[in-house]
Structure formats: structure tokens, C-alpha cells
Ligand binder design. Structure first.
Ligand code: IPE
Ligand code: IPE
Ligand code: MG
Length: 232
């Protein structure tokens, strides 16, 4: 799979709410602690020379949570990018977003598009935030765009293949992740990168995301490698 360090790591950052509850804190405080962990993981990726980090921050199913929690999760990118953007510039980080940002609050969309715009020429770690992302929706919106291109004679039916299809996905230019990590103990994909993880290693850990750190990231990468070494 990957020789030493994977090029692209994807993480389902789960367990924020339970982390808060276990400490007598609120779920929102758990989400805030999750944001701090995000920064640690970003730094760890730079240290160990991972090129792309995709983080599942808000799923298309998360709208069904209580309104106050949804509001807080929509506000977090504003706070996150306000605080972190200067540091991201210094560290040459490029921000991308995968998901439908047309239906999120204006202030959230502005924070996200500003971060993408400011960092667009950076050449270091790519941090791809999956926000209002759903794997099925990703595939459907790609199909819709492709159908439109066929209808408008911009695309020939015979030219449709996997590589071309991938150009229509939210993750367009990115190679597939070699490893998908899920924290928080659940062994589910929860409508994350359905097409893109077709060949990825799946790694599940019980650790709640706010406690996830560099050692655990290295452990995840190392254990997948070791498994492959045994299988070969
Ligand atoms: C993951 O943590 C973060 C988001 C879904 C935004 P959760 O909020 O799902 O936390 P748990 O799983 O309830 O502990
Ligand atoms: C997955 O976690 C989504 C994110 C981490 C953003 P959830 O907690 O929302 O997923 P389920 O509800 O356990 O499937
Ligand atoms: Mg959860």
C-alpha cells in the first residue's frame, strides 16, 4: 500500500461530544477541544511529511442534531480560521474544502472561502476539510454535473471512465487516501468518502478525537504497514 508514510490520510474525527460529557463539560466544549486536536494533528502531519490530510468536520447527516449544536458547529470554522489562518500561512498550509458549502450560513461560507483563497498558492500540507459532506451526495452531484456536460455536448458518453469521474467529485484533484482513521470507537464509515476509500486501509481507535495525537497517528500508520508487511 504505502512504502513509508502515506501521501493522503483521512480522519473521521468522532467522539467530541462523549469526550466533553466524560469530563462533565458540554458537547460544545468537546467540539472546541476537537478543534485544538485538529491543529495538533495538522502539525503532526507536517512533521511526518504527510502531504494531504482530509478531516471530516460536518456530515450532511449532522443537520439532524439539535439546533444549538448545529449552530455551534457552523460557527466553529469562523473561529477556527480567524485564529489559525496566520499560522497556516506561516506553515505554507493550503486549505481545501470538500462538500456543499452553498447551503451553509453566509458567515461560515465566507470564513471557509477566505481561508481557501488566502492559502491557494501555498505549496505545503493540504488540509482538506470535509464540511457539509456526504459520500452519496458527492457521487450524485458528480453524476448530475457529468449528465449536464453530456447534454451540452461537452462530454462524450464513451469518454466516461473512473479517472474522468473523479474530476467531478468534491475531492477532484486529490489522490485517494491510503488510510482512513476513525476515532471514537464506532466502526462505521458514516457516509464519508465512499468512492475515494475503495482501496484504503481502515483503522479504528476507541480514543476520542480531542485526545488524538501524533503518537496515535504514527501508531495508526505503523500498524497498517506492519499488517501489510506480514501479508507480503
Ligand atoms: C464528532 O464528534 C464531531 C462531529 C460530528 C461534528 P461527535 O459530536 O459525533 O461526538 P460523539 O460521537 O457524540 O461523542
Ligand atoms: C461522523 O460522526 C461525522 C463527523 C465526524 C463529522 P457522527 O458521530 O456524525 O457519525 P454517526 O452518527 O456516529 O454515524
Ligand atoms: Mg459521533
Amino acid at each position: 500500500m504505502f512504502s513509508s508514510v502515506p501521501e493522503h490520510v483521512a480522519i473521521i474525527m468522532d467522539g467530541n461530544g462523549r469526550w466533553g460529557k466524560a469530563r462533565g463539560l458540554t458537547r460544545s466544549e468537546g467540539h472546541y477541544a476537537g478543534v485544538q486536536a485538529m491543529e495538533r494533528v495538522i502539525d503532526a502531519c507536517i512533521d511526518i511529511d504527510i502531504k494531504i490530510l482530509t478531516l471530516y468536520a460536518f456530515s450532511s447527516e449532522n443537520w439532524s442534531r439539535p439546533k444549538a449544536e448545529v449552530n455551534y458547529l457552523m460557527y466553529l470554522p469562523v473561529k477556527f480560521f480567524n485564529q489559525k489562518l496566520p499560522g497556516f500561512m506561516k506553515r505554507n498550509i493550503k486549505i481545501l474544502v470538500s462538500g456543499d458549502i452553498t447551503t451553509i450560513p453566509d458567515s461560515t461560507r465566507k470564513a471557509i472561502t477566505k481561508a481557501m483563497d488566502k492559502t491557494k498558492n501555498n505549496t505545503g500540507l493540504i488540509v482538506n476539510i470535509a464540511f457539509n459532506y456526504g459520500g452519496r451526495n458527492d457521487i450524485l452531484q458528480a453524476v448530475r454535473q457529468m449528465a449536464e456536460d453530456v447534454q451540452n455536448n461537452h462530454l462524450e458518453l464513451d469518454n466516461i471512465n473512473e479517472g474522468l469521474f473523479e474530476n467531478y467529485l468534491y475531492t477532484k484533484a486529490l489522490p485517494d487516501p491510503e488510510i482512513l482513521i476513525r476515532t471514537g470507537g464506532e466502526k462505521r464509515i458514516s457516509n464519508f468518502l465512499l468512492w475515494q476509500v475503495s482501496n484504503a486501509e481502515l483503522y479504528f481507535t476507541d480514543v476520542y478525537f480531542p485526545d488524538f495525537n501524533k503518537e496515535m497517528l504514527m501508531e495508526a500508520i505503523g500498524s497498517s504497514e506492519a499488517r501489510h508487511a506480514i501479508a507480503e
